[in-house]
Each structure stands twice: as structure tokens, then as C-alpha cells.
Design a protein around this ligand. Structure first.
Ligand code: SF4
Length: 886
């Protein structure tokens, strides 16, 4: 029987509603939920492909102890025993939990309760520390609470949207689509993008400020100084509802026009154009995400932005306010339950004795953490130096995502006891687990998440629990019971955890704290099952309303005033040996460390290998040719990736995606390069300002291969990158020198039997090989080798896997890597939904289709999820430039 379930996308912080349909054959299709107020039916490419990521390939289905299958009882017993013995011998701070913005609120709640109230340490932190901790710290400094004042609707009501450090088109695609639609409906709406890179988001921008990396404090200080002497200055708001303006302005005025221009790298004309636009536009929203947060001065940047909104009183009213866009689906939910080492549950303060007592009494907890625990980077440092002796990692892959990632690897290898709960068995981090615990994944687990606009939505189970996988919160509760706290961890299901969390939020609240969902404190299981998305706050006995904060003050500071914070631009030091600033970030069709999106062939075809964006002038100086391989080095590690030479990249800076792991590439974990330096207020690492050097990687041979089976022996290849294809895998290769016998190499690397028929040729003198292997009519593998980056019709070659090839001419065409005239090469895929490639879109443009809509009508590209529309718009624009010059 076909069943439909309303649930929430598990990827980014937009929090789109999804309708998942389970069909009779067990397959799952998804579509956007038209009734969900975050997306109104839209989904991006990642959300649209959710149904393709649910297979059991690589799933961890049973607990393991030291690599051997174990029963749940023995696995949980050993976890409880090892944690308890460490606590007894070395104290509560010798153990830690490291969680994830992918964890559901219920998972987070139980972990925090166990660690902070029953173990007595606050060593519970999360990968959200890498994502938005600076926003939390900035909010708490300015508002006295971690409050996002606005709602998504503001992005459609604004007349000016400033996007700073935020590549919405790729990282929050549905928000981007909502803004693009609003701008189409109201063309006078202006969009300013502040980013060192000319990202895809710039395609809807009226103004792009290509700022120097990390110069946002200077820019917004300049804006504050400008606003203070302009008619936009709202003296009444500042006087009635805030404090600290004079100090903030004095700090802002320390820089003059010349220094501002040189610090930001922006001309005075650019600066004044932006300042004046901001000044004269009442309805302005400033959105920011990782480009602001992932910095040693991330918190100051957040406050520099909020200062400008305070000075104009543009906050908490329709179409106005600072807006932190969270990266992960439940970074906000984690914050609500105190999922950071320096926070307590329900937006209560760990440093406040009364708050601690309140929570301790509510939990009936025997002990209570009295001081902040270790934040992510410090936590792994404590693992490295032996202070932490037992660590439980849930739903995250720190061996890939933390800075100085090779040190994290070494720390885990040396840690006496590591527990990893995950859905996948072979992650870079799982390799270091003493105990592996199988977790439930999206579609199997049940609970809530909170998106960037404070909207709490349900993630619902619609699939059977596979193998012996168990919800994370239940694993934690089982351990809580085993260490002696039976009644405190006795929930039957996720609804009971949620109800306890809601009750705590209302405890002695009475409007003194922003987070209050007391209306759900007595929710039943049926009520939880039926829960529709709602925004907090939702106190008991009050009708649900969509709330903005702070239009008329009411901050959560002791005197209820908002606080201007005096901030100053920090110097950006560049070491001569590492002259490039490495910026890391996301790409459109992958999510985090690819454990789920890496399963989808459709998503993997957009960008199939790790790359480094570099400006053409820098590339020319270094002798880096387009599409060649480059070696990137820092004092902490080395990467080898493909060079993407593009004027979108600023000189002196490079960009690398943060997704690739050792499961997908030989040497492309970007965060091994990044120094573990953090913002002093938030503890958030500066993942966008690593100093690196760059040089060509002198490959003696380049290769591209397709293979029906996953290759097992690439260990001696200096560069390889693996991606899913519809009926197998595609692999990019780089060798130090040509291999003596390419046929033998293929047989070993791709696990081909000696019986496989081989077609093709090798020309050693020219350094070329083109080989295809068949078993009957089935293509097993094909390899294309050259001394330069291989020119081959990649997507066509990939498409030959899984087809029947009885025809000799076709078999030779595959070996040659050249489709016949009747099979045009689509080129690199732009539209993942319909697999429309760059060559097809270019042909449509050349045929006179001059708008995204016209291209869509002609090719279907961009007509489903819309995530590729910015790239299509860019292609049309690029095509117009040479045409205009003719
Ligand atoms: Fe998921 Fe895309 Fe929506 Fe983000 S924008 S929640 S990734 S569908």
C-alpha cells in the first residue's frame, strides 16, 4: 500500500517540509510539502534526491565491539562501564559527548541531561560549534539571549537584503528561491552580496562587494559610522531600548575612509554606494551564515551587523532585522536544549546559579555541571593530551570536519575508549571506534528539529528500523539507566522526551526567557504524531502567533536593554610561506561528509571530484593550468585536488569544498589544512581563513575511469576521486608516472578477472591508453589515460555502464571514449534533476534562448527543484558578454 508521510528535510537549516511517499515496491519518492511554511512545496536538488539515499549499502546494522558483532546489551554495558570507571578514577571531566546539528532535539536533550545533570560535567559539544556558535555568542552579547529576531517572511517583505558570508544559492537554496521569487514579483527590491567570491548567489545581486577575507567588522563599523550621521539614525529606539551606543560608535570611528578602503579591499565608491543604499532603505534584512561565523572574529562580526540594525531601529518589524541562517537542520534545536558546552537547557544560563538549581530540581539530578565544558576544538585537544579518556561521538565525522583534522585522527587513535554512533559503518571517524553503535537514519527516526526561523517541525519515521539500529536518544537513555539513573531516563518514546523538554522551557518562565514552548508540555503520543510546524515561543494558554522579537525592546538582559558592542577589526596576518587564504565551504549537491548525498549518482554528477577555485592571474603566476592537479599545503597537512581556474575567485584566496573524505578521495580532506584557531568568545574555529601554499602537482599521467564495481585497490595512486554513477562508479586519477602495463593495472584496481575481454590500445611513447573491459555484452570498466587532463566525454562514458554492448562499433567507441554523431555529449551536468549538461544548455543559448525560463522550456533544465537556475543564469550572462563585444 502506498503511504504518504509529512516530515522534514534532514540537510540544511532552511528546514523544508517534505512529503515522503512509500510505494508498494519499497521505493520512496519525495516532494516538497505545499503546506509547510518554510518552503511551500519547494525543495532543492539535495532534498529532491532524498529517496535515492535510503539504501542499505554501507549501513551499520548491528553493534560492534572492537570490530566484532555484539549484542546491544554487551555493547551498552561496556559503554556504561568504561564511562563509569573513567568518571570514578579521573572525575566527570574525563568523559565527553560530541554531537551533531543532525541530531534531533530529543537526542540532544537526553545527551545534555545525562552529561550535565547525571555525570556532572558540561563536556557535551557539537559540530554546530563549527557552524553558528559565533551567532549564538553575538546574540547573547547583544540580546541577552540566543534569539533570532525575524522570520522567513521578512526576506520577502524587505526592500533590501544584504547577504554577507552567505552563498544562499548553494547552501540555503530554498531561501534563495524565495528571495529570487520575491525580487521577480517586486523588482525594486535590492540585493547586495558581500563575499570575497563571486558566488552563484551573485546572479540575483544588484551589487556584489568582493570584500577581502574577514574584513566584515571594518565594513559594518564603517556602515555604523555612516548611519550615525544620517537621517536613518533612530535616536528614539537607541535611547529607549539600547545601551552602549557611544562606545560602539567611538570604536567604529577609529577607522577613516582610507583605512576602511584598504582593509576591506573595496573602493570608496563601492562603500558609499552600499552605505547610502542601506541608509535610505527602511526595510532591510542582513542575512549571514558561515562566512561571518567561521572566523576568529565571528562574534564581533555578528555584533557589528546587529549594531547597525540597533542604530536604525530596524529589528523585529516586518521586513527588517539581522538574520542568522543556520547551516544544519537542527543547530537551533540543539541550542534550545543546551547542546553547547557553555549552555544549559531551555535557554537557561550555565553560569547562573539560580538557573542551574532550577534545572537540577526539575531533573532531580544528583550533580550538576557548574562551569562550561570543553568546546569542540578544545575537546579534541583534551582527547589528544589524555585529559579525556572516554568519548562518545554521534552523527558526525570529526576526522573530516574539524580543523587540523589529522591531529583529530591521531587523538582518536590514542584515546583509551571511543564510541561512535552512526548510520554508516565505514566513515573516516568510525575507523577509530572501540564500540560502534548503529543509529537510525532519516525516515527511520522520530522527533523534532528547529530551523533558522525558530520553526519546530517533526521528522517522522516511515521506514522500518533496519537491522538492530536504535535511536540515538534511546542509546543514551539506556546508558543513563545502566549507570544507575533508571527513573530519570525511563521515556517510552520520543514524544515523552519532547514533552519533558517543553515543560522545562516553561518552568518559572513567565516571559523572562525567550524560549518557551510550554503549550506542548502535556503533549500526548497522538498529539506528537500529529504535531504541525510551529514557531517558538508558544507558551501555555496563549494562542499560537508568529512572533518577531525586539521591535519595542524587551531584550533578555538584566535591564531588558539591547547592548551595542564596541568591536574593532582584527589584523589578518599572512605568513609569507603560506600566502593564500583558504576558504572552505559547501557545494550545491553534496552535504557535509557525503555519507548520504554521496550515495546518489544524480547528486554526484554535478561536481564529481574535489577542487580548488583559483583566480586566473594567480594560476598563471604559479603555472597552474585549468583542470590540472594542484598540491595545497599548510603546516598541518596536504591536499591534492583539481584546479578550477575562475575569475569568480579573488586574487590571493582559494576556495575548497569541505565534503570530501578518505572514502571518496585520496587526499582532499580540506580541514587537515586548517589551523585550529578559534574565536575567543564563541570557540568557533576559523574554517575560512587558513594560510596555505599552492603549487602544480606534476602528474606523469592523468586518467579517467568508469567501473561497474567499486574499485578496491587505489592505494598507490597519488590522486584519485571516486563518485557514484548510475550503474557503477566514476574515478578521476593522477599518477606520478605512467604505469608499465595499464591493462594489468585495471585488472588489479577494478578487481577484473583474467577472463574479461579487453578492447583498446596503449601508446607508451605518447603516454596514452584507452581500454575497455567487457564480460559478454556488459561493460565492466573503461580507462582513459593521457599526459594532460584527459579529454573524454565523461557523462557519456558513465552512461555506458549498465547498457548492453553487443555491437562491435559501440565497443570500440567506448574504448575510444568518443560517442558517435548520434549520441551527443551532454557535457558536465548542470541540472541534476533531468541530467542536463553544459553542452545542451550552451546549444540552447546559441539557438537564441535568452532567459532561464526559455532554456527550461527547451531543455527542461531548471524546471524542477530550481537549484541550477543561478548557474543557467550565469551561463546566459557569460554568453552575452562576448556577444556584446562583437
Ligand atoms: Fe533540504 Fe534543500 Fe530545503 Fe535545505 S533547502 S532543507 S537542503 S530541501
Amino acid at each position: 500500500m502506498t503511504t504518504e508521510t509529512r516530515t522534514t528535510c534532514p540537510y540544511c537549516g532552511v528546514g523544508c517540509g517534505v512529503i515522503a511517499t512509500r510505494h508498494d515496491d519499497g521505493s520512496v519518492t519525495v516532494k516538497g510539502d505545499p503546506d509547510h511554511p518554510s518552503n511551500y512545496g519547494r525543495l532543492c536538488s539535495k532534498g529532491s534526491a532524498l529517496g535515492e539515499t535510503l539504501d542499505m549499502d554501507g549501513r551499520l546494522l548491528y553493534p560492534e565491539i572492537n570490530g566484532d558483532r555484539a549484542s546491544w546489551d554487551s555493547a551498552l554495558d561496556i559503554v556504561a562501564e568504561k564511562f563509569l570507571s573513567s568518571i570514578r578514577e579521573h572525575g566527570p571531566d574525563s568523559v565527553a559527548f560530541y554531537l551533531s546539528g543532525q541530531s534531533l532535539t530529543e537526542d540532544y536533550y537526553v545527551a545534555n541531561k545525562l552529561m550535565k545533570g547525571f555525570i556532572g560535567s558540561a563536556n557535551v559539544d557539537t559540530n554546530s560549534r563549527l557552524c553558528m556558535a559565533s551567532s549564538v555568542a553575538g546574540h547573547r552579547r547583544a540580546f541577552g539571549s540566543d534569539t533570532v529576531p525575524g522570520i522567513y517572511e521578512d526576506l520577502e517583505l524587505a526592500d533590501l537584503i544584504v547577504l554577507t558570508g552567505s552563498n544562499l544559492a548553494w547552501c540555503h537554496p530554498v531561501i534563495y528561491q524565495r528571495i529570487a521569487a520575491a525580487k521577480t514579483a517586486r523588482p525594486h527590491m535590492k540585493i547586495v552580496v558581500i563575499d570575497p567570491r563571486r558566488t552563484m548567489t551573485c546572479d540575483i545581486a544588484d551589487m556584489h562587494l568582493g570584500i577581502k577575507p574577514d574584513a566584515d567588522v571594518a565594513l559594518f563599523n564603517g556602515l555604523l559610522a555612516h548611519l550615525a550621521r544620517s537621517p536613518a539614525f533612530n535616536a528614539a529606539y537607541v535611547a529607549a531600548y539600547t545601551e552602549g551606543f557611544d562606545d560602539a560608535l567611538a570604536a567604529a570611528k577609529e577607522q577613516n575612509a582610507t583605512t576602511l578602503s584598504s582593509i576591506t579591499g573595496l573602493s570608496w565608491e563601492e562603500l558609499t554606494a552600499f552605505f547610502e543604499l542601506f541608509e535610505r532603505t527602511e526595510k532591510v534584512v542582513t542575512c549571514y551564515s558561515q562566512g561571518v561565523n567561521q572566523s576568529m572574529s565571528g562574534t564581533d562580526k555578528v555584533n557589528a551587523i546587529i549594531n547597525c540594525h540597533f542604530a536604525t531601529g530596524r529589528i523585529g518589524r516586518p521586513g527588517m532585522g539581522p538574520f542568522s541562517l543556520t547551516g544544519q537542520p537542527n543547530a537551533m534545536g540543539g541550542r534550545e536544549v543546551g547542546g553547547l558546552a557553555n549552555m544549559l537547557a531551555a535557554h537557561l544560563a550555565l553560569e547562573n546559579e539560580d538557573h542551574r538549581r532550577l534545572v537540577q530540581d526539575f531533573w532531580k539530578a544528583p550533580v550538576m555541571a557548574t562551569r562550561a565544558g570543553l568546546k569542540a576544538v578544545d575537546m579534541f585537544q583534551a582527547v589528544a593530551d589524555g585529559r579525556i579518556k572516554a568519548l562518545w561521538i554521534m552523527s558526525t565525522n570529526p576526522v573530516v570536519s574539524l580543523p587540523e583534522a589529522d591531529n583529530v585522527k591521531a587523538a582518536l587513535a590514542a584515546c583509551p575508549f571511543v564510541v561512535v554512533s552512526d548510520i554508516q559503518k565505514n566513515t573516516d571517524t568510525a575507523a577509530f571506534a572501540d564500540v560502534l553503535l548503529p543509529a537510525l537514519g532519516w525516515g527511520e527516526k522520530d522527533g523534532t528539529v528547529t530551523n533558522s526561523e525558530r520553526r519546530i517541525s517533526r521528522q517522522r519515521a516511515f521506514l522500518a528500523e533496519p537491522g538492530e539500529a536504535m535511536a540515538d536518544w534511546r542509546q543514551l537513555a539506556e546508558v543513563g539507566r545502566r549507570i544507575g539513573f533508571e527513573s530519570a531516563f525511563a521515556w517510552e518514546d520520543a514524544s515523552e522526551v519532547f514533552s519533558e523538554h517543553a515543560a522545562l522551557s516553561a518552568l518559572e518562565n513567565n516571559g523572562t526567557r525567550d524560549f518557551d514552548i510550554g503549550a506542548h508540555a502535556a503533549i500526548s503520543k497522538n498529539g506528537f504524531d500529529a504535531l504541525t510546524p510551529f514557531q517558538w515561543p508558544q507558551p501555555a494558554n496563549k494562542p499560537p502567533v508568529e512572533t518577531r522579537f525586539f521591535a519595542e525592546g524587551g531584550f533578555y538582559t538584566p535591564n531588558r536593554k539591547g547592548r551595542f558592542i564596541a568591536v574593532r577589526q582584527q589584523a589578518h596576518e599572512i605568513e609569507p610561506a603560506y600566502p593564500f587564504t583558504l576558504n572552505t565551504g559547501r557545494i550545491r549537491d553534496q552535504w557535509h561528509t557525503m555519507t548520504r548525498t554521496g550515495k546518489s549518482a544524480r547528486l554526484s554528477q554535478h561536481i564529481a571530484e574535489p577542487f580548488c577555485e583559483i583566480n586566473p592571474a594567480d594560476a598563471a603566476e604559479l603555472g597552474v593550468a585549468p583542470a590540472s592537479l594542484v598540491k595545497i599545503e599548510s603546516p598541518h597537512g596536504t591536499n591534492i585536488v583539481r584546479a578550477l581556474v575562475t575569475p569568480r575567485q579573488r586574487r590571493g584566496s582559494i576556495f575548497m569544498p569541505m565534503h570530501w573524505t578518505a572514502q571518496f578521495a585520496s587526499s582532499a580532506r580540506a580541514d587537515v589544512l586548517v589551523k585550529a584557531k578559534v574565536d575567543p568568545h564563541s570557540g568557533q574555529p576559523a574554517l575560512k581563513q587558513a594560510g596555505v601554499s599552492l603549487k602544480p602537482f606534476a602528474a606523469g599521467a592523468y586518467g579517467f575511469a568508469v567501473t561497474a564495481e567499486k574499485p578496491e585497490h587505489l592505494e598507490n595512486v597519488p590522486y584519485w576521486a571516486l563518485a557514484r554513477a548510475d550503474s557503477g562508479w566514476r574515478i578521476e586519477l593522477g599518477f606520478d608516472e605512467p604505469v608499465e602495463d595499464w591493462g594489468a593495472w585495471c585488472r588489479n584496481a577494478f578487481g577484473l578477472s583474467g577472463d574479461a575481454e579487453i578492447i583498446g590500445y596503449t601508446d607508451r611513447q605518447k603516454g596514452v591508453a584507452r581500454l575497455a573491459f567487457f564480460e559478454g555484452e556488459k561493460l565492466l570498466a573503461a580507462l582513459y589515460v593521457a599526459t594532460e587532463p584527459v579529454e573524454v566525454s565523461r557523462n557519456w562514458a558513465v552512461a555506458q555502464l549498465g547498457k548492453h554492448h553487443g555491437n562491435t562499433r559501440t565497443r570500440f567507441a567506448i574504448a575510444a571514449g568518443r560517442p558517435g554523431q548520434d549520441q551527443p555529449d551532454p557535457g558536465a551536468i548542470v541540472c541534476s534533476c533531468f541530467s542536463i549538461g553544459i553542452n545542451q544548455i550552451t546549444s540552447a543559448i546559441e539557438a537564441g534562448h535568452a532567459t532561464v525560463e526559455a532554456i527550461g522550456e527547451c531543455t527542461k533544465a531548471g524546471t524542477n527543484c530550481g537549484s541550477c537556475r543561478s548557474e543557467i543564469r550565469g551561463m546566459i550572462h557569460e554568453h552575452r558578454l562576448p556577444a556584446a563585444a562583437e
